[in-house]
Design a protein around this ligand. Structure first.
Ligand SMILES: [Zn+2]
Length: 793
């Protein structure tokens, strides 16, 4: 029998009282059969494991603000075996006991409550933790260092932060703890299952690789996700709520009931994401949460699912080393999108009762996707076999089109059709709410109310003959309220009406969906990017919803930077800059002033635009009512560096003086990656590949600056080396890194030359299947860019 143990060393192995061989071979310690007995065995091992700034299971963080030191674990999906010998797979759960000896001034937080402490040698203290309930190896965790507990209030989850950020954390604590406490109550009730572990702590970890990680009883959170480093908008606060509720949901979905294997990763991630929105929609009913769900979830899902790099929700993971690749938009975005559709198909009550019975049946154990499907079938009495085959086991997605005609003011034909976006022939069972929309300004006497038709599309074509003879609508949209999953473009006649009337559609959710559909048309090269930009320039000034405005500003900027020619960009950027400046200074809403400020920073490239950025940095110009924070400032510095502003070097030096904190050093590193010169690119690239002391989040946060949109010529020489480095990145970096790496290096390119290089790499380089899929996924945007530029140049 083999115990997994990578990278460390063992000095002694005792198996049932007899000495074994402590040698580590191919990542394993052997437990010879002759020393094992049937039933329980006792194995004792003396071992050491490495601690480093990056790339290990134990990460050390040095706080440059007060020269203190922190150590924390992060094992998911397969690094527990880098920390200690174990059977490192999610379906072998264990009860852990942990004792930590650490300096007296340190605090240690782990999965369970502290049982006792005792004095140890020379200023050290031993902390003993209660035995955990049965948990998977990837959910074991501890963090140690001079942490401080923020706000000790009864009934509230513990909140920990490094001591140099204590007062900053105090400002945010109440909001963070309140939503978490409300979430615990809500989810325990919804799942009919009390919180599954003896306590719940939140630990803010500086430089943490992800937004959060749901260790049983002790969620670790990226400190920057909680303590905003840039002036936050209302949406930023709600997104933080979502993060907290996502990690909290995992205590049930993932920690209490764990997927048997990483092929079913969606079982935990899809539900955590879906339930986070579900909970927030009920906890904050005024916030239009399902609109936010659409904005945050669907575009990312469709963006991957329409590429040749997509996978089914259930992903074949042959080997644990490939498990990292399962993390991405399929599990985080498609799975929750599909769950929203399932809740619509089953009805809310059946959906909830199915989850209850699933959690109850597998508590403290493991389960697979078909266990869940069976639970839903039992409570609803519906067969979900075809549904599950197409939505869980089949890759890709449908495009749904509407065909409709009118004759003498009445509908003469109305039909839905679907086809497989990838052309692989799939037909999905789809339940959608088809909307027929009528003009609103008529006199109240002959006002025609909108018609909403629940339609079940199980074949390539569905005639909605029931509606024949209804009054002719102004436009039709087949995915009202976003229940269905798929690409829903507007038909030509509806599209024409929408481009004229979009600004007057008062239903915010509907307006957001229609803007989304238009953007899909741009990405399909069916709508000219200049048309979209002009529409946005016309309607954005009156858009009062901060979240929608932010999306539109982002897309307009992306279209300016990627899809239009330099000549068109030169014409349109000054308009966008002027509007951004006007709204940043004059909008009555603070949130809008913030997002327009960000918009100006993202788009400014003319002398006038950059002058304003410099005036904000120097304090000459203010965003009214908004106190800018360090990351706001550093991102402006980065933008000036990237656009080769003549004052950029001096401004950079001044900012370094102004902000010499630990975070400031990281942001300075990030900003300087944008320098438009070959030497900088070469130095950074060497650093990325060869400097093990560089914290992973420094690298991650500088990749976008390195590959700034206007520096394709400088960064093209690094495209091939970046692709060549993929196996190393997959091996050494944390789970989301590879995707961020690819998005930066491929995303920085816009040319057919770059396209050809990626294509060539795919055909000739011997990379794993999962990496090939990731490349195909990311290459899709480059292909679209090239196609759009060719078509509309
Ligand atoms: Zn998660």
């Amino acid at each position: 029998m083999l115990l997994d143990f990578r990278e460390g060393s063992a000095s002694r192995v005792v198996i049932n009282g007899k000495d074994g061989d402590p040698a580590i071979q191919n990542g394993h310690i052997e437990l010879p059969a002759k020393l094992l007995v049937a039933g329980d065995n006792v194995v004792k091992i003396d071992f050491t494991a490495p601690v480093a700034a990056a790339g290990k299971a134990f990460t050390r963080f040095e706080d440059k603000d007060d020269n203190s030191e922190y150590i924390y674990t992060l094992f998911v999906p397969m690094d527990a075996s880098m920390a200690f010998p174990c059977f490192d797979q999610p379906d072998l759960k264990g009860r852990f006991r942990l004792e930590v000896t650490a300096p007296e001034a340190w605090m240690v937080i782990a999965n369970g409550p502290v049982q006792s402490t005792a004095k140890a040698d020379a200023g050290q203290r031993r902390t003993m933790f209660e035995e955990t309930r049965p948990i998977s190896t990837y959910l074991f965790a501890f963090a140690a260092g001079p942490f401080r507990k923020v706000h000790e209030s009864p009934g509230m989850p513990g909140l920990f932060v490094r001591k140099s950020k204590f007062s900053r954390a105090e400002e945010e604590a109440a909001e963070v703890q309140e939503i978490t406490a409300a979430g615990i109550k809500y989810l325990a009730d919804y799942f009919a299952q009390p919180f599954p572990f003896p306590k719940y702590d939140l630990v803010m970890i500086p430089g943490f690789a992800y937004g959060g990680m749901e260790h049983a009883g002790a969620t670790f959170l990226r400190e920057e996700s909680i303590l905003f480093r840039a002036a936050p908008t209302h949406s930023d606060h709600l997104n933080r709520d979502i993060l907290l509720l996502h990690e909290l949901t995992h205590q049930w979905f993932g920690d209490l009931v764990t997927m048997r294997w990483f092929d079913d990763l969606w079982l935990k991630e899809g539900f955590a994401q879906y339930m986070a929105y579900h909970a927030l929609a009920d906890l904050k009913p005024q916030e239009n949460i399902w609109k936010r769900f659409y904005q945050a979830i669907k575009p990312a899902a469709y963006a991957i699912d329409s590429t040749k790099g997509t996978t089914p929700i259930y992903q074949d993971i042959g080997n644990l080393k490939d498990a990292k690749s399962a993390y991405g938009a399929i599990v985080y975005s498609k799975a929750p999108g599909v769950l929203k559709q399932l809740a619509f198909v089953l009805g809310e009550k059946n959906f909830r009762d199915g989850l209850r019975s699933y959690l109850k049946a597998h508590a403290y154990g493991n389960a697979e996707w078909n266990d869940l499907v069976r639970a839903f079938e039992q409570v609803s009495g519906k067969s979900l076999q075809n549904w599950a085959t197409m939505w869980i086991k089949h890759r890709g997605m449908p495009q749904v089109d509407v065909e409709w005609n009118c004759d003498q003011g009445k509908i003469s034909r109305l039909a839905l059709t679907q086809h497989d976006v990838l052309g692989e022939g799939g037909i999905w069972p789809i339940k959608a709410l088809v909307g027929l929309f009528y003009p609103k300004q008529q006199s109240t006497l002959n006002l025609q109310v909108d018609i909403l038709i629940p339609a079940q599309l199980d074949s390539a074509r569905l005639e909605l003959s029931h509606e024949i003879g209804s009054p002719c609508p102004e436009y039709v949209f087949a995915n009202t309220s976003d229940y269905a999953y798929g690409r829903f473009l507007l038909d030509a006649s509806s599209g024409k009406v929408i481009t004229e009337k979009l600004g007057s559609i008062t239903d915010l959710f509907q307006r957001t969906l229609l803007w989304g559909s238009l953007w899909d048309s741009v990405r399909e090269a069916e709508l000219a990017p200049t048309e979209y930009i002009n529409l946005a320039l016309r309607l954005l000034p009156d858009e009062q919803d901060e979240a929608l405005a932010q999306t539109l500003i982002g897309r307009t900027t992306a279209a300016l930077h990627r899809y239009v020619s330099p000549e068109v960009r030169a014409q349109l950027v000054p308009k966008m800059e002027r509007e951004a400046s006007k709204q940043m200074l004059g909008s009555p809403q603070q949130d809008l002033r913030i997002i327009w400020f960000r918009g100006l920073r993202g788009v400014a490239e003319t002398d006038e635009g950059r002058k304003q950025i410099k005036e904000i940095l120097s304090g000459k110009l203010e965003v009214p009512g908004v106190t800018l924070r360090p990351l706001d400032r550093w991102t402006m510095v980065m933008a000036l560096i990237a656009t080769n502003d003549p004052d950029a070097a001096a401004i950079y030096a001044a900012e370094q003086k102004r902000d010499s904190t630990g975070d400031g050093r990281k942001y300075a590193y990030m900003a300087a990656a944008a320098r438009p010169d070959a030497k900088t690119k070469q130095d950074y690239f060497n650093d990325y590949l060869h400097d093990p002391s560089r914290p992973e989040d420094w690298v991650e946060q500088s990749l976008g600056a390195f590959n700034y949109w206007n520096q394709s010529d400088l960064t093209l020489p690094y495209l091939k080396p970046a692709l060549d480095a993929l196996p190393q990145m997959k091996r050494e970096r944390k789970i989301f890194f590879v995707l961020g790496w690819l998005n930066a290096f491929i995303g920085g390119q816009q040319s057919t030359a770059a396209q050809a290089q990626v294509q060539d790499f795919l055909q000739t380089a011997p990379v794993d299947k999962d990496l090939q899929l990731k490349i195909l996924e990311v290459k899709d945007e480059l292909d679209r860019t090239v196609k759009i530029r060719e078509k509309y140049r």
